[in-house]
Ligand binder design. Structure first.
Ligand code: HOZ
Length: 432
């Protein structure tokens, strides 16, 4: 165990109180630090690339509130716009022009999206998109990939990633078998398995949904031809292809992974970045499919807070900042420095690790590699990851508390931040 020198007494006290009030003391499981040991850090404030805990410790943050903070936390332009809009109220439950503005920005940016519906989270977006897949095709089954996470709706809690993988819970009680019997799974990057599922379930599969770059089993990239192959197989079988770009949207590129890999799905889900740190999700795609959504069409889906002015404002400002020339080059450069640096430090200190980055998303596995899918990711040395995580935390580096979550950088991270991170990693890797 890497020695504990960090004073987190206030965090511990608050978390002890939280455990009596909320299941596990948290509002979402991964952040409870269950898989890395120790107690979660209770935050007080965030700014740029940094977070401060309630004991006054400062950390360089590579979680970025799990993705939204791509411009850096509490960006002054985002905050100023929010302050202005706040004066007009927090929710209308009625149309507002800000929805048009964000919708237009999303439609302009994301190749597959011709029409969009705003919701309040990535989970909601994925729930709705699945209903739409079924409504449009008249088929009930769906293919998802092992270790991919599409939120916590019943149909998706089958061999799921993120918190489910982190806590080692294969599936979840409370999810009826009758529901998950329509969820078919294949290993990520395995086109033959997908072809077989289509062959075994003729005219029954509504489509394939995936994270085009996986962030919820750790960071896993698609093999050459995988996304193109899925596009072809779905088309041949009259099924839909859906990219869950809740993590990758506006992160891998302004137009998401679909722009980067030049593969256009039929439908896309978004979240995180398009809300600039406020609760937002969205689903969108081909006009003929989206026209099925109520009140245009018969597929019902609704939400009181959907399209609320604050979330729309934070999203609009965040996309404006991201749309400036050079942002993605900057994100790529800084993240490459980090990922390559971590791989080099591991080599120098004799650890078998693999990993990489794409734009502002990265990950390493304590695993010889290569990692093509969740089964490969599971071969990682989780004890070593925990020690690494703790050692980094002690040195003021906040990483996702799970081997099965990707890391995120932002426009606020500097070369100096990366170099401090690498120096800390060298110290820790020399000790574990
Ligand atoms: N499901 C998200 C991570 N992939 C959020 C986790 C959290 O906020 O605790």
């Amino acid at each position: 165990m890497v020695a504990t020198t960090l004073n987190t007494s206030k965090s511990e006290e608050i978390f002890a109180g939280a455990q009596k009030l909320m299941p596990g003391g948290v509002s979402s499981p991964v952040r409870a630090f269950k898989s890395v040991g120790g107690q979660p850090i209770v935050f007080d404030r965030v700014k740029g690339a940094y977070i401060w805990d309630v004991d006054g410790n400062q950390y360089i943050d590579y979680v970025g509130t799990w993705g939204p903070a791509i411009c850096g936390h509490a960006h002054p332009e985002v905050l100023n716009s929010l302050k202005e809009v706040l004066e007009k109220g927090t929710s209308f439950g009625a149309p507002c022009v800000l929805e048009n503005i964000l919708a237009e920005m999303v439609i302009d940016a994301v190749p597959s999206i011709e029409m969009v519906r705003f919701v309040n989270s990535g989970t909601e977006a994925c729930m709705a998109v699945l209903r739409l897949m079924r409504a449009f095709t008249g088929r009930d089954k769906v293919i998802k990939f092992e270790g991919c996470y599409h939120g916590h709706a019943d149909m998706f809690l089958v061999k799921a990633g993120s918190g489910v993988a982190t806590l080692g819970l294969p599936d979840s009680p409370g999810v009826p078998k009758s529901v998950t019997s329509n969820t078919l799974t294949a290993p990520y990057n395995d086109l033959e398995a997908v072809k077989q599922l289509f062959a075994d379930n003729p005219d029954q599969i509504s489509g394939v949904i995936l994270e085009p770059v996986v962030g919820n089993s750790g960071f896993i990239t698609p093999d050459a031809g995988f996304l193109e192959g899925l596009r072809m197989i779905t088309q041949e079988n009259g099924a839909l292809l859906v990219f869950d770009e809740v993590m990758t949207g506006f992160r891998i590129a302004y137009g998401g992974a679909q722009e980067k890999f030049n593969v256009t799905p039929d439908l896309t889900t978004l979240g995180k970045i398009i809300g600039g740190g406020l609760p937002v999700g969205a689903y969108g795609g081909r006009r003929d499919i989206m026209s099925m959504v109520a009140p245009s069409g018969p597929m019902y889906q609704a939400g009181t807070l959907s399209g609320n002015p604050l979330a729309m404002t934070a999203g609009i400002k965040t996309l404006e900042l991201l749309h400036k020339p050079g942002t993605y080059e900057q994100l790529d450069k800084i993240t490459k420095r980090l990922a390559n640096g971590l791989l080099a430090v591991a080599k120098e200190t004799g650890h078998a690790i693999c990993g990489g980055q794409l734009s502002a998303m990265f990950g390493i596995f304590f695993n010889q590699g290569p990692v093509h899918n969740y089964d490969d990711a599971k071969k990682s040395d989780l004890t070593k990851f925990s020690k690494f995580h703790r050692g980094m935390l002690e040195r003021g580096i906040y990483l996702a508390p799970s081997q099965f979550e990707a890391g995120f950088t932002s426009l606020a991270h500097t070369e100096e931040d990366i170099d401090k991170t690498l120096a800390a990693a060298k110290e820790v890797m020399s000790m574990i």
